[in-house]
Design a protein around this ligand. Structure first.
Ligand SMILES: O=c1[nH]cnc2c1ncn2[C@@H]1O[C@H](CO)[C@@H](O)[C@H]1O
Ligand SMILES: [Zn+2]
Length: 365
């Protein structure tokens, strides 16, 4: 690793985040305060530092299903308008403080109805929170653009309804759609009507696929559902054969993913926690980057992983020796893959990302 790629310097780089869950990114202290306000008594501890450590440990179980159990506490305290506004505002502020200039943050509106909010009220509260956070960040000299992705839970049956909301709110801050939740036993084709509807509406969507389940999940997400991007997609390496000579041979599906430049939303720490990768050093991102797949780097759940986008990059630099050019490559990949109009993507690449990295490279000559 080049010695100047410290966490502090990486924070200064203008970064792009495509895969981050709103209910996986609360500050531990906020979880405690919201639980207190709502009379939620199921937290394992009320000490913020201990709670942060608890989330990291409980999420490091080697299984996605166990990892997802921790969300009962965050979703549990995100049931009122005020809570949703606060969590979204803090999310925008925290991402901006980490140097993120463009983010797409996802959440499942259907999980926030327990205290009587309607789906529309949930979406409007979250949008209001992001606008508040954006303004607070701007007051501190940090410009961030945040879009949201509406997630439908893959074990449930509301995907068509949520997809319709993603279309209805697309001019009010919603950038796209996603499905999440336990992957094994819940193939994306169960939600085909939602995806077909979105395609007819010229809308964008990503699908969590190839995380806890392998190639069939990726194949369905792309060839049956028509996903624009893959959430994780790590298991695409199962379709790549590495010869003793160091040569890689791509199967049909891996070849398709690379040829079509399908964006992979990779989340290294999360993948180690759920067992999708043995360690950061063993993470398929090393191979996929070498083979020039359209790889992007993401946080998934900052609370459960105790991470930030800068920290994910720092880990990758330590494991794979990445330099500023690599970090810029991941960032431009992400910006190119965003669910944002082409002219706005280009403006961020040329107006913020390239000048920002040029400055960092210049300073570390
Ligand atoms: O990595 C993941 N894989 C699959 N589902 C996830 C992951 N991270 C979070 N969620 C699920 O998405 C919901 C909405 O944000 C969360 O409540 C959690 O259940
Ligand atoms: Zn995710």
């Amino acid at each position: 690793m080049s010695h100047d790629l410290t966490l502090d310097r990486i924070r200064q780089a203008p970064k792009v985040l495509l895969h981050d869950h709103l209910d996986g990114g609360l500050r531990p202290a906020t979880v405690v305060e919201l639980a207190d306000a709502a009379g939620y008594s199921q937290l394992p501890t009320e000490d913020p530092a201990e709670l942060g450590a608890w989330f990291r440990e409980a999420s490091h179980s080697g299984a996605l299903e166990r990892y997802l159990e921790t969300f009962r506490h965050t979703v549990g305290v995100m049931q009122t308008r005020d809570a949703l506004v606060r969590v979204a505002a803090e999310c925008a502020e925290d991402l901006a403080a980490d140097g993120v200039v463009y983010a797409e943050v996802r959440y499942a509106p259907e999980q926030h109805l327990e205290a009587g909010l309607t789906l529309d009220q949930v979406i409007e509260a979250v949008q209001e929170g992001f606008e508040l956070g954006r303004r607070r960040a701007a007051e501190q000299g940090r410009t961030i653009t945040v879009g949201t992705l509406l997630t439908a839970m893959r074990h449930a049956a509301r995907s068509r309804e949520i997809a319709e909301l993603a279309v209805r709110y697309r001019d009010s801050g919603v950038a796209g759609f996603d499905i999440a939740g336990a992957e094994a036993g819940h193939p994306p084709t169960r939600h085909l009507d939602a995806f077909e509807y979105l395609r007819r509406e010229n809308a964008h969507f990503t699908i969590h696929a190839g995380e806890a389940f392998g190639l069939p999940s990726i194949w369905e997400a792309l060839q049956w559902c028509g996903a624009d991007r893959l959430g994780h997609g790590v298991r695409i390496v199962d379709d790549i054969e590495q010869g003793a000579d160091g040569d890689a041979r791509l199967g049909r599906l891996a070849g398709y993913v690379r040829d079509k430049r399908v964006p992979l939303e990779m989340c290294p720490t999360s993948n180690v926690q759920t067992g999708a990768a043995a360690s950061i050093a063993d993470h398929p991102i090393g191979l996929l980057r070498r083979l020039n797949f359209r790889v992007t780097v993401n946080t998934d759940n900052r609370l459960q992983s105790g991470t930030t986008l800068s920290a994910e990059f720092a880990e990758l630099c330590a494991a794979f020796g990445y330099d500023w050019d690599d970090l810029q490559w991941f960032t431009v990949n992400a910006m190119k893959s965003a669910f944002l109009p082409f002219d706005e993507r280009l403006a961020l690449i040329n107006g913020r990302i390239k000048p920002g990295f040029a400055q960092l490279k210049w300073a570390s000559r």
